[in-house]
Design a binder for this molecule. Structure first.
Ligand SMILES: Cc1cc2nc3c(=O)[nH]c(=O)nc-3n(C[C@H](O)[C@H](O)[C@H](O)COP(=O)(O)OP(=O)(O)OC[C@H]3O[C@@H](n4cnc5c(N)ncnc54)[C@H](O)[C@@H]3O)c2cc1C
Length: 384
């Protein structure tokens, strides 16, 4: 949707093919990092609309499940680095909905639902795509194709690009509840990473709910994790109370660290989860995808409208694949290692280090530039 709107706004005819019958309102990403909001400012009024439907999280916390707050970071330290020195806690589907509303009004955009891409071919001139729509096979031709079709990308598979990496043995459970944790856990912020050697968790606030992310144990089956009883046991284990928790959503999913071997194959480009997937610790998946979209779409505009050489598109791969490896993949793996660390000495050292960083404004700013993906975007821009 971001790719499509950047291109349409530049006057390029764009067609979005979406397999689902409509936009899905599932609970996936819920954090917008500062530089993603800076980029989205390109669409007039959009960030204001998201802010009106979200929560401004000025502080993020690292906590210990047993002893409470370890370190709190004030994102206002980034006020000279970004126009948005905070995280915006707002569900991803609200962004999709807003972008879709703009696209369907746009004279250069078409959005076709129930359109499941099956295969593609390309030559020097164009890409030809086959997709299923209402029981028929249809064909669509384009100068370029952006595969933004998620982790199982049919586009990536059609061009035979390897998705290198691994899948974690445990799954991740997200439980949403309307219980107000802030009334019971002292000094809680809207974004809290809670480490524990037995069962870490992440507590994230969105406007009407708290979302709690837990890892499952490797020996648990999906069915046993998802029963009411097992979910209540997990929630009561985190914060015991007399009544059961009211559970509004529950989602269990597999988590991977994978990066496509190529982000460009001729006239086919991969963005978002089709190009890279990672664990959610740090909230970098959707943010990375939005950042890819601005990068590649701007280059396509140069190629299509300003006669830039198509080799410019290789720079997209150099910039965004490098960042996916050096920052998003590395940082999210480091975050997971930190939050689940079992060695008491290593845990203590890591927590002392976090306390020291939070107490020193210059060090805290450096830390926040990294965790907010500002360094990653600057690194990408520096790659020729
Ligand atoms: C539980 C959970 C929590 C997360 N939390 C965060 C977070 O806090 N912060 C963050 O940044 N990221 C987070 N993420 C990751 C984030 O949701 C993804 O990185 C993001 O959705 C990727 O966007 P995308 O558009 O690339 O892919 P998707 O969102 O997967 O969208 C791909 C689209 O392509 C469509 N499609 C697929 N195949 C075809 C086909 N053959 N033909 C036509 N259409 C097709 C799909 O229906 C879908 O609409 C989370 C993910 C999960 C699952």
């Amino acid at each position: 949707m971001v790719n499509a709107l950047v291109l349409a706004e530049a006057g390029i005819a764009v067609t979005v093919l979406e397999r689902n019958a409509q936009l899905v309102e599932d609970l996936r990403a819920s954090t917008f990092h500062p530089p993603t909001l800076d980029l989205l400012e390109r669409f007039p009024g959009l960030v204001g609309e998201l802010k009106s439907e979200g929560l401004i999280a000025r502080y993020t916390q690292q906590r210990d499940r047993r002893s409470g707050l370890v370190a709190e970071f004030d994102m206002d330290l980034l006020r000279n680095d970004t126009g948005h020195p905070y995280r915006l806690q707002c569900e991803q589907w609200k962004l999709s909905r807003r972008l879709h509303a703009r696209l369907i009004q746009h004279p250069h955009a078409r959005v076709i639902f129930n359109a499941s891409v099956q295969s593609l071919e390309q030559d020097d001139q164009r890409v030809t795509l086959r997709y299923e729509h209402a029981g028929e096979t249809r064909r669509e031709q384009a100068d370029y194709l952006i595969g933004a079709d998620g982790a199982w990308s049919a586009v990536r598979q059609s061009v035979g690009v390897e998705f290198e990496g691994f899948t974690y043995p445990e799954r991740f459970l997200i439980v949403s509840t309307d219980f107000e944790y802030a009334d019971h856990l002292e000094h809680l912020s809207y974004v809290n990473y809670v480490s524990d050697p037995q069962e870490w968790c992440v507590l994230l606030r969105v406007p009407t709910l708290w979302r709690v992310l837990f890892p499952t144990r490797v020996d648990e089956t999906d069915e046993s994790v998802m029963t009411d009883e097992a979910i209540q046991t997990r929630m009561q284990g985190l914060l015991p109370r007399e009544e059961p928790y009211r559970i509004v959503h529950r989602t269990l999913y597999k988590v991977h660290q994978r990066i496509a071997q190529k982000f460009r194959l001729g006239r086919v480009l991969l963005t978002g989860d089709a190009a890279h997937i990672n664990n959610p610790l740090g909230g970098m998946g959707m943010n990375g995808g939005v950042q890819d979209a601005f990068n590649v779409s701007d280059k396509l505009i140069d190629v299509l409208l300003r006669n830039a050489d198509p080799s410019l598109l290789d720079r997209y791969e150099r910039q965004r694949r490098t960042v996916a490896i050096e920052y998003v993949n590395a940082d999210t793996q480091r975050n997971k290692k930190l939050i689940e660390e079992r060695d008491p000495e290593v845990r203590k050292r890591a927590q002392d280090e976090l306390r020291a960083i939070a107490a020193d404004p210059a060090a805290a700013r450096r830390y926040l530039r990294k965790t907010s993906m500002i360094d990653a975007l600057e690194r990408a821009a520096s790659i020729a």
